[in-house]
Design a protein around this ligand. Sequence first.
Ligand code: PGA
Length: 255
Amino acid sequence: MDRPFLFGTNFKMNQTAPESVRFFDELADATAPAGVQLFLIPPFTSLQAVTERKRESGVPIWVGAQNAHWEQAGAYTGEISVPMLAALDVDLVLLGHAERRAQAGESDLQIHRKVKAALSAGLRVLLCVGESAEEKAFGVGTETISRQTKIALNGLAAADASRIQIAYEPVWSIGSGGTPAEPAEIDPVAASLRAVLEERFGAPGRSIPILYGGSVDATNAGTFARLPNIDGLFVGRAAWTVDGFRRVLASSLAA
Ligand code: PGA
C-alpha cells in the first residue's frame, strides 16, 4: 500500500505571525526526506503570512488551518469560513480536534458539516477522532471512534477519499495532562478505523492516511511510526520548536 508518511504539528494557540513565518523558514531550510509530506497548522492570524512565504519559496510543506465553520458566510461572530481559507490557499483544514470537541462543544454533526464544506471547496481535511479515558475504561473506545468517523464522513463520495486524512488521537493521551499510549494498544484501534474507512469508501478507503497523535515525542515516535496501520504522526508540544520538530521527525523515520 503506497501511502505517504505524513508528519506535522498543530501550534494550537501559540506563535504570532512573525514567529510562525520564522518556524516555516527554518524548517524549509532542510529538505523533507523522500516519501514524507510535512505540514504545519499555525493559528488563523499566521495563515496569510505563512501561506505567502510558502508561495514565494515554493517549499511544498502543507499549511493548514485549525478549524473552519460549516456555513459559507453569515452572522457567526468570531468564526472563519472555508471560502476565507481557500482564498489564502491553505492546503488543509484540521477538523474535530479533541480540544475543539471538549472546549468548544463541537458535536459530531457539526464536524460532519465542516468536513463537507471543506471538501466541497477542494481543501484537504485532517479529521481527528479519539476516545476519552472513560470510554476506554468501559471498553467502548472503538465504538466512539467508529461513530465519530462514520458521522463525520457520512454521505461523501469515494472521490473525496483522496483529500481525507484521519488523526487517531486518544483524548487521554493528548496534552500536558496526557499519558503516552503503549504502541501495542494503538495498532488494533487504527486497524478498526481502517475497516470503517473501507466500509465507507471501498478500495479508496484503504489509501486514506491514518496518523497517530497524543504525547508523541522523540523517545516514542519511532515505535508509533512503525505500526503497520499508522501512516504518519501528528505532534503537539514536542514539535513546537524547529529543533524539536526535527528531532521527532528523525526519530519517527529511524529504522
Ligand atoms: P501533544 O498534542 O502532542 O502535545 O500531546 C497532540 C495533539 O493535540 O494533537
